[in-house]
Ligand binder design. Structure first.
Ligand code: HEC
Length: 202
């Protein structure tokens, strides 16, 4: 009899209890779900920040070096950018102009090198080049280029200066060597005290 009661009343009870427990367990299981943490993605080696390397010097666009005018020595190319000795153009000398025309004189030295403390020193350093350009009277192009090169041992009687003068008669003509040497030094010897150079640094 007792057994029957148990079977009748308890069995469904137990069954439902089991069901509830299971339900709780399942829901707990949901809550307690193991959260699988994704392993961190393997660190991609970051490409180093690319700072563009400057191209090697020989590939850099170089400003075109100035070329000497046709017929002139290559080592005076760009003389117009050198230090100018005279402040104002030198006008033609009345009654016999040795280098006929309006002139400018340039030197391949710095002001500091030839006039330290503001006072010009002589002689000029070995390797100095002095260029005089002259625009002939009534013309609008440079017709004369006179050059003095200071070369140790080249001309002991005239301060070791080598002299050459180039002329052209038209703006599109080549310069030609017209005079050199003794014809020049005779006159320039007058200014041996200033190293055979007439025009002082102004
Ligand atoms: C009759 C004298 C005389 C003769 C010859 C002469 N020069 Fe000159 N030269 C001068 C005078 C003066 C100056 C100063 C600038 C000017 O008045 O033209 C000068 C200036 C120069 C200069 C600029 C530097 C400086 O001394 O002031 C150069 C470079 C030069 N002469 C080169 C020559 C050459 C090269 C010859 C020969 C072909 C020559 N000279 C012949 C008188 C002469």
């Amino acid at each position: 009899m007792k057994k029957k009661i148990i079977q009748r009343y308890l069995s469904p009870l137990i069954l439902s209890l089991v069901t509830i427990v299971c339900a709780i367990f399942v829901s707990c299981g949901d809550e307690g779900e193991i959260v699988t943490v994704e392993p961190p993605a393997p660190q991609q080696p970051q490409p180093e920040e690319q700072i563009p390397e400057p191209p090697p010097a020989e590939q850099m666009p170089q400003p075109e070096p100035p070329a000497a005018l046709p017929g002139l020595p290559a080592d005076i190319a760009g003389y117009e950018g050198w230090l100018k000795l005279n402040a104002e153009p030198i006008p033609p000398v009345a009654g016999g102009d040795p280098h006929r025309g309006t002139k400018n004189v340039y030197v391949n030295q710095t002001r500091e090198a030839i006039a330290p403390n503001g006072e010009q020193q002589f002689p000029y350093p070995d390797g100095t080049i002095v260029v005089k350009e002259a625009t002939r009277p009534g013309k609008d192009f440079i017709g004369l280029i006179a050059v003095m090169w200071k070369e140790a041992g080249s001309n002991p009687d005239a301060g070791d200066w080598r002299f050459e003068e180039f002329l052209r008669s038209a703006p599109d003509a080549d310069f030609r060597l017209a005079f050199e040497g003794g014809v020049c030094t005779g006159c320039h010897s007058r200014v041996a005290a200033t190293d055979f150079v007439f025009v002082p640094l102004e």
